[in-house]
Structures are given as C-alpha cells and as structure tokens.
Design a protein around this ligand. Structure first.
Ligand code: FAD
Length: 431
C-alpha cells in the first residue's frame, strides 16, 4: 500500500472545474512551530483553527496530492449528520451515543456553512434538494422503516416516500420505500475543498505535491518529505488512512476503495427520464448500496467496495454501468464521461483515532464516512486540544472510544474480503 494515494484517474468533480495551479513553492524557512500532514477536511480545519488561535505563528500544511484530487474532492458531496456512518441503518444505536455524534456533525456542518458564507465559496451549496435513503427490497425496506422509527424517537423529522412518489421524483420504479435522509446540504465537493484551501488565513503555508514520508521521534520533530526535511515543535497527522505509513494507528484501520462516475451532460429528454425533480439525491439503505445524484445536467453514481486496492477503471466502468442500467433501463444510453475511485479508512467499530499520540504529535484519523462534516469538526477540535482550549464538545470527544484492534495480515485481508463479498451478495438488488 502506497504511503499517499495515487489514483488511477482524476476526480470527476475536479475535472469539471477550471484548471487550478497547485501551490508548490517550498517556503524559505524549514522551521515551523506546527506542521500539518494532509490537507483534506481535517487538515484544513486544523490549520484554520490554529491560525485563529495563534495569529502570529505560521503553520505549514503539506499535501501529497493537489487540492480537489484527494478523497475530499472525490466524494459524493453529501453533508450528512448520520450518527451511524458508514452504516445506513440507525436502528441499534443508543440515543445517548447518537446525541453525541449529532453534536459533532452539526458543529462541523454549521462551521462549514459559515465559512462558505463568509468567503463566498462557490460550491453549489444546496439545502433545498430532496435527498432520500431508499430501499429496493422488502428486507431492507423493513430495516429502513425501523431506522425511521429510531429517527422519530430521536425527535427528527423523517418524511416517507412510497414507490410512486419515488418514481415521480427520480424517474425509476427500482425502489419500493424511501425516507428523508439525514443530509443537511449537497455540495460540489472539489469546489468546496478548493474554496476552503484558497480562503485559509495568510499565516497558513500550504504546499501541495509534497508527501511526508516519516516523522521522527523526540523534540523538535523532524518531518521528512520527498522535498526535503522540515522541523516543528508540533505535528498534526490528518492524512486519514495514510497515518499507518507514518507508524500511527496501525492495526486499527483498513483501506476501502469506492467508486464514482458522471454521465456526460444530458439532453432535456434524457434529463426528464430522471424524474420530475430538477435535482435529487438517493442514498442507499444498505451499506453496500449505491448513491446517486441528479446534479447539474448529469447523473452521479457511486458504488462498489474493494479492499486496499483500486480496481481497474475499465472494470469500475462496467460495474457502474450495470448498476445505472438496472435502475434506469429506459435511458437511451448508459455512458459515463468520468469514472474514478476514492479511498476511505474503515475501522471495525466506527471509532476515529483522536488525540495526542506522543508528545507534540497529534492525530485525527480513521474517518470512513460523512467525513466532510466530521473531518471538519475533528480538525478544529484537534487544534483546540493542542492549544489548551476547552469546550464541552472537546471534552466529550476525548471520552469517545477509538478504533479497536484488527488482526494482522493475512487474517485481516481474508476477513475483510470475505465480509465484503458476503455483504455484497446479501445486498442483492440494493447494490
Ligand atoms: C467515492 C467517495 C464518496 C464519498 N462520499 C462522501 C459523501 O458524500 N459525504 C461525506 O461526508 N463523505 C464522503 N466520503 C468520505 C470523505 O471523502 C472522507 O471521509 C473525507 O475526505 C475524510 O477527510 P479527511 O480530511 O479525514 O481525509 P482526506 O480527505 O482523505 O484527506 C487526507 C489528505 O492527506 C493527504 N495525504 C495522504 N498521505 C499523505 C502524506 N504522507 N503526506 C502528505 N499528505 C498526505 C491526501 O492526499 C489527502 O488529501 C466519500 C469518499 C469517497 C472515496
């Protein structure tokens, strides 16, 4: 496994945006009070908060890839407050646990919304489009109904959709039941990611295409990169799964690739076949299911899971085409203009690693889903932890469980691939 993600194809979302020039200049000084590894949502939020708390100090933010090309710009753009992520089903989660997760996700969401407003980030922020968690089979409809009851018990509104409502809205009779999802907004994720990076305070020095390969022991901390060594008193590790290659949180996270595709821009007649709603979102009610969005003049589809290795793009295209055709057999064509893969970290119990791993070394990693809002709040809280700030949210975050231990290879790989195959088979038409 590489120590930083090198994907086989560009993010479709990023490809739709104008060309952007990466910030690659190596700063004149190599000595910083703080270095952050990884400029996803977690790293960006940590950098911003550190700059707010210590406006006179420069922060070095190192990104192995470019802004918009990492998982942050490859995702489906759902800003979710689902406490059970990556599980779609809320049944079985205690009210107390859910309340604590909601508090985190809502703080992340509110923080992002404020930044988008303050900096006029053009990321198609959209709180009006209907988004539905949909089930295609009787078994999963049953669990989706239980999830809805759980939402109601938690005091949440959860509108229901019958098969006719869904057909009218999204243009297919594939689904038999839907409930209003816990999405609070939809965005163009690469545009959001770019906007957040480009609006960082001036004291944050972002350097892209710079991969951290090792962080030394002792004080100060020596940070080795493919572009030379930097030195810092504090290092923040916010590169999610790739923390493993820096010797952190090993045996507690696995890498799962999932895949996205965009159709070309569709003509009016074809767009009309995707239902009456001008825009919509569908999330799967089964963990191995398919996410979709009607966005702009395109259909977005996301599905598939593979353990630690990115599938070949041709194979991905064939898989996603089949899932698209199944749902919308009446479309004239089932072509995709962009197909891409993206890596997520998955932990066995859904817990993140969050805290001070050793003196001066802080990490927040292990985010498998809803990472746009959850990464944002975790990065902010990590900066506050390192700066000695206190809040009820931080205190509560520190009390939450981290990821539990996973057996070593080959048992881990065998277990994960067997479970993926079993759950995919079990998902049946939900895939
Ligand atoms: C296809 C897909 C769809 C998804 N859909 C959604 C969705 O709709 N909503 C949602 O909330 N989440 C979604 N996610 C998950 C979401 O993208 C992640 O949870 C989120 O990006 C995690 O944020 P992060 O900052 O923790 O990590 P990342 O965004 O992965 O950021 C880590 C950064 O660290 C960099 N890096 C790695 N190693 C190094 C190194 N050694 N040196 C320097 N830099 C390094 C990486 O290039 C990367 O940019 C999806 C993910 C995928 C792949």
């Amino acid at each position: 496994m590489a120590s930083a993600p090198l994907y086989k194809s560009r993010s479709g979302w990023n490809a739709l945006l104008p060309q952007r020039i990466a910030r690659e200049d190596v700063p004149a000084t190599r000595r910083f009070r703080t270095i952050i590894v990884g400029a996803g949502y977690t790293g960006l939020a940590a950098a911003r908060r550190l700059a707010e708390l210590a406006p006179d100090e420069e922060v070095l933010l190192l990104e192995a890839s470019t802004i918009g090309e990492g998982a942050a710009g490859r995702n489906s753009g759902y800003l979710l407050i689902n406490p059970g992520e990556p599980s779609a089903n809320a049944a079985g989660f205690s009210a107390d646990w859910a309340t604590r997760q909601f508090a985190l996700a809502r703080a992340g969401f509110d923080g992002l919304r404020k930044l988008v407003e303050t900096h006029s980030i053009a990321c198609d922020w959209d709180e009006a489009t209907p988004t539905v968690t949909a089930a295609a089979t009787a078994r999963v409809e049953k669990s989706a109904r239980q999830t809805r009851q759980t939402y109601l018990d938690w005091g949440l509104v959860a509108q229901e959709y019958g098969p006719r409502d869904l057909q009218r809205m999204i243009g297919t009779d594939y689904y038999r039941y839907g409930l209003q999802s816990l999405t609070r907004a939809l965005v163009q994720p690469a545009a959001l990611h770019r906007g957040l990076a480009d609006s960082l305070p001036e004291t944050v020095v972002l350097v892209e295409n710079t991969q951290v390969v090792a962080v030394g022991e002792g004080a100060p901390l020596r940070v080795q990169t493919n572009r030379g060594e930097f030195v810092a008193d504090r290092v923040f590790v916010t590169n999610n799964l790739h923390a493993r290659s820096l010797g952190l949180v090993q045996n507690r996270m696995i890498g799962i690739y999932t895949y996205g595709a965009f159709t070309p821009e569709l003509e009016d007649g074809e767009l009309a076949r995707l239902g009456e709603a001008p825009r919509w979102g569908v999330l799967p009610a089964h963990r191995m299911g398919t996410t979709m969005r009607k966005t702009g003049r395109r259909l977005l589809i996301r599905s598939g899971d593979s353990y630690e290795r990115e599938l070949d793009p041709d194979k991905v295209r064939a898989m996603l085409t089949e899932l698209y055709r199944r749902r919308f057999p009446h479309m004239r064509a089932h072509a995709f203009e962009h197909v891409w893969g993206g890596l997520t970290a998955v932990t066995h119990n859904g817990g993140f690693y969050f805290g001070e791993a050793r003196p001066g070394l802080y990490a927040s990693v292990g985010c498998g889903g809803a990472g746009v809002v959850r990464g944002t709040i975790h990065g902010k809280l990590l900066a506050e932890l390192a700066s000695g700030s206190q809040s009820a949210l931080l205190t509560d975050r520190l009390k939450q469980k981290g990821p539990n231990w996973l057996p070593p290879e080959p048992f881990r790989g065998f277990g994960a691939t067997t479970q993926i195959a079993w759950e995919q088979w079990q998902a049946g038409r939900e895939r």
